[in-house]
Design a binder for this molecule. Structure first.
Ligand code: GTP
Ligand code: MG
Length: 173
């Protein structure tokens, strides 16, 4: 078992390519109401969770709700790829504004597995080069997360480690 220590009030960013299992992990370990997913917010603002033209509005809404939850002292999980430094910077900012610790959980699976999972999905229509670019962004992200401001960086490599992970909440006081 891999124990992931997380403060009981945190902003948790899941980080991983499409098909790495972020939404599955979020469903398994957190309450539905704790999880803010980019897909859900695209659907909310555009009636289509794949409408990439809605991303800016979707993330604005997501960050707003994340801020509201943190102000109310609720643990919040962001289910998005979070592969770009600017995407993560927005989350760090929301966490800091509310004096909440930002935590990253990185799901790192072999690209071939992510591709197998993704290409079978009707709602994921991008090609392999897009996944390869995500994988490059992920590799670059590894060394940067702590220095960007994430106070804990948990990296789960491969499906066994992801399967064996358990969350343990740390009391703040
Ligand atoms: P995006 O939303 O596209 O970024 O992908 P994601 O990272 O949220 O991946 P998701 O959790 O949707 O998983 C993709 C597919 O892989 C799904 O069809 C899952 O059923 C499958 N999958 C994810 N995690 C696991 C796992 O731990 N075990 C098995 N067997 N299948 C998994
Ligand atoms: Mg997902």
């Amino acid at each position: 078992m891999t124990t992931l220590d997380i403060p009981e009030l945190a902003l948790v960013a899941l980080v991983g390519v499409s098909g790495s299992g972020k939404s599955t992990f979020a469903r398994r370990h957190f309450l539905p109401s704790q999880v803010l997913s980019s897909d859900m917010f695209r659907a909310m603002v555009a009636d289509d969770e794949n409408d990439q033209s809605a991303s800016a509005d979707a993330f604005e809404a997501l960050h707003h709700v994340a801020g509201t939850r943190l102000r109310r002292g609720r643990l919040t999980v962001v289910d998005a790829t979070n592969l770009q430094p600017h995407a993560r910077a927005a989350l760090i900012r929301v966490a800091r504004e509310h004096d909440v610790l930002p935590v990253a959980i990185v799901l790192d699976v072999p690209e071939a597995l992510a591709w197998e999972r993704t290409r079978g999905r009707a709602d994921r229509t991008f090609g392999r080069p897009v996944l390869a670019r995500m994988q490059r962004d992920l590799r670059r992200s590894h060394g940067q997360l702590a220095r960007e401001g994430f106070r804990k960086v948990h990296v789960l490599r491969g499906i066994e480690e992801i399967d064996a992970a358990e969350i343990r909440y740390e009391k703040l006081f």
